[in-house]
Design a protein around this ligand. Structure first.
Ligand code: AMP
Length: 413
């Protein structure tokens, strides 16, 4: 079905055309008519499915033209997502006179105050800074008609739900609410019951398996050799752009500094960096000025960074959905091993949950010519290893034929 049959206004259809979209994605096909009809919608869809257009196009169609009161509020968990969604809204609405403001923390209030006071139809915001503006009287939500809670599970993870509730208290009860979340934990369930009216759930794009085109493997390694192996991998693979995921901000900084010393062009993305540092990192990575982006999940969640040649999980993600999400950034069919995960002994549990989640065992590999130290993980992956080891079913494949003996002794096979 084409976009023209989904009930969108002519100005928004023009916007869609200018964006170069030809066919609606599955979530757009399901969500757009429901939102046009006035229904509350819960979408369990991830980034890359086209969910921004799925909620933005029908709502912008209904807003139609500029009025001085704010009628649409979109809440986002991170500044980057807020900025990205604001850009998308401006693009979709380019043939309308609708006005949009974006507000998030980490930057001054001046420009945001000006934008809000000029009277905007749409606010895209992170919860904390929006509350500040409300409390300072810079914006009012009394005339709100549409509320979008994007990446609700991330807002929960980041401790924003109390702020979200405070904001909801300021919104009229009669409104249309859409909520997007990859998972629906009990706290989100409660929020849904409290904030939504007879919602329709759409479960498109909640992938549990990585794309077929992504080759992904695990490199078991002793903890002390993680950074050495990372550097050796970067040397060996022919990458154009690589994202390295770390679990903590501190870890991301440490890895980035090591790689910088090795003369890699590296950008870092995590929530302790200033807004302008984060913007420069993203822009530089997109432009190709940085070949490596070291990021934490929270900073990278939902960002539209696709088409990277390689993803390396320096740390195993703790949530299985994050594994799918991380490795989904790459998908080049022709390269061998698009996504690498470094696994140390204490990662046995999270790796087992990832494998349960995707319903498949991930192949273990070793790098040729790397002087491995012994780790019990190598034993775990041999046939006949003790019960309970995630790697029990297959042996480790060794590129180039090294055999790994205890205590760092190495001999040819
Ligand atoms: P999102 O899931 O909203 O972050 O969108 C992911 C990417 O898909 C963005 O770059 C969008 O511009 C793009 N996109 C969304 N809808 C369509 C569509 N119908 N056709 C082509 N590209 C799209």
């Amino acid at each position: 079905m084409p976009f023209s049959k989904l009930g969108l206004s002519p100005k928004l259809l023009e916007g869609v055309k200018a964006m170069g979209y030809v066919d609606p994605t599955p979530i757009q096909l399901r969500a757009i008519p429901l939102i046009v009809e006035g229904r509350d919608v819960i979408g369990s869809a991830q980034t890359g499915t086209g969910k921004t257009a799925a909620f933005a196009l029908p709502i912008l169609s209904k807003l139609d033209s500029h009025q001085p009161q704010t009628r649409l509020l979109i809440l986002e968990p991170t500044r980057e997502l807020a900025a990205q969604v604001e850009t998308a809204i401006r693009d979709f609405a380019r043939f309308t006179d609708l006005k949009v403001a974006v507000v998030f923390g980490g930057v001054g209030y001046g420009k945001q105050n000006e934008a809000l006071k000029s009277g905007v139809d749409i606010i895209v915001a992170t919860p904390g800074r929006l509350l500040d503006h409300i409390e300072q009287g810079n914006c009012k939500l009394d005339h709100l008609q549409h509320l979008v809670l994007d990446e609700a599970d991330r807002m929960l993870d980041m401790g924003f739900l109390p702020d979200v509730r405070r904001i909801l208290d300021r919104c009229p009860r009669k409104r249309q609410t859409s909520l997007f979340s990859a998972t629906i934990p009990p706290a989100i369930e409660t929020l849904i019951t409290w904030a939504m009216h007879n919602p329709e759930t759409i479960e498109i794009g909640a992938r549990r398996s990585p794309a077929e085109t992504v080759k992904h493997v695990i490199y078991p390694v002793a903890d002390v050799q993680k950074t050495d192996l990372l550097e050796a991998l970067l040397k060996e693979i022919k990458y154009e752009s690589v994202i390295i995921f770390c679990r903590t901000k501190h870890g991301a900084d440490r890895v980035a500094n090591t790689l910088k010393r090795g003369n890699h062009a590296v950008a870092v993305l995590h929530s302790n960096r200033t807004q302008s540092e984060r913007e420069q990192a993203l822009q530089g990575f997109r432009d190709g000025r940085f070949e490596v982006l070291v990021a934490t999940d929270i900073a990278a969640r939902g960002l539209d960074i696709a088409d990277v040649s390689h993803v390396i999980n320096y740390d195993v993600p703790l949530h299985p959905e994050d594994y799918i999400h991380r490795i989904g950034r790459t998908g080049r069919a022709e390269s061998s091993g698009d996504a690498f995960t470094l696994m140390v002994a204490e990662d046995a549990q999270p790796v087992a949950s990832i494998e349960r989640f995707i319903g498949k065992k991930i192949e273990r590999v070793k790098m040729e010519k790397f002087d491995y130290r012994y780790t019990a993980l190598f034993e775990a992956d041999k046939p006949g290893a003790p019960q309970g080891f995630p790697g029990k079913a297959t042996a480790v494949r060794v590129h180039g034929g090294y055999h790994f003996a205890p205590a760092g002794r190495r001999k040819r096979r």
